[in-house]
Design a protein around this ligand. Structure first.
Ligand code: GLN
Length: 196
């Protein structure tokens, strides 16, 4: 069966693990570099990207993660996970680094304090006709989309909140907490294709 890792340093990794198990995947929490060797795909959860970055570097995971991403491992990042996957981060904490991979610029905490958290419905054609109910929690936006990345979803004001690039997928919002399984399904299809 498929083995999907969930980066379990910090954040809502349990929620992702639950959805992936419901969809039939074998889930491995990832905390050490050697655990990356046995997975077919990886989810980077929501949480706090500056803390996740610090822990990843402290535990020697950052370089192996970058190598895995470069090597074509399918990775899906939500919110803080999207920030970790961005090539460039605006408004990061002092010294904050990302793993990179997605040819995008993201802005952290892009919605200010008034609307730090909100919910909305998004049309995401690749996931079918039914709109996606999306929950944003101190979320980032994709401020610039490079030539290698593709926007999958935009807000009414035109700001991009979901992207795809080859084996990489990222959303500003949290499908793992709303019972929305289509993003994880879409991701598992990438994992299946890459594992063949
Ligand atoms: N604001 C957080 C960060 O900068 C992301 C919030 C989230 O993952 N819900 O990492």
């Amino acid at each position: 069966g498929l083995r999907v890792g969930v980066l379990a340093l910090q954040g809502d990794f349990r929620e992702h693990a639950h959805v992936l198990r419901e969809l039939g995947a074998h889930v491995d929490p990832i905390r050490r570099p050697e655990e990356l060797d046995r997975i077919d795909g990886l989810v980077i959860p929501g949480g706090e990207s500056s803390v996740m970055d610090k822990l990843a570097r402290t535990f020697g995971l950052a370089e192996p993660l970058k190598a895995a991403i470069r090597g074509g491992l399918p990775v899906y990042g939500t919110c803080a996970g999207l920030i970790m996957l961005a090539d460039t981060v605006i408004d990061g904490m002092n010294g904050q680094q990302s793993l990179g991979g997605l040819d995008i610029v993201v802005r952290r905490n892009a919605f200010g304090s008034q609307t730090a958290s909100f919910e909305t419905d998004l049309d995401i054609p690749v996931l079918g006709q039914q709109p996606v109910h999306a929950v944003f929690i101190r979320a980032p936006v994709v401020e610039t989309i490079g030539a290698r990345a593709t926007a999958l979803a935009t807000l009414d004001d035109g700001r991009c909140v979901a992207v795809e690039q080859g084996n990489l997928l990222g959303t500003s919002f949290h499908p793992e907490i709303t019972g929305e399984y289509r993003f994880h399904q879409y991701f598992l299809q990438k994992v299946i294709s890459a594992a063949r």
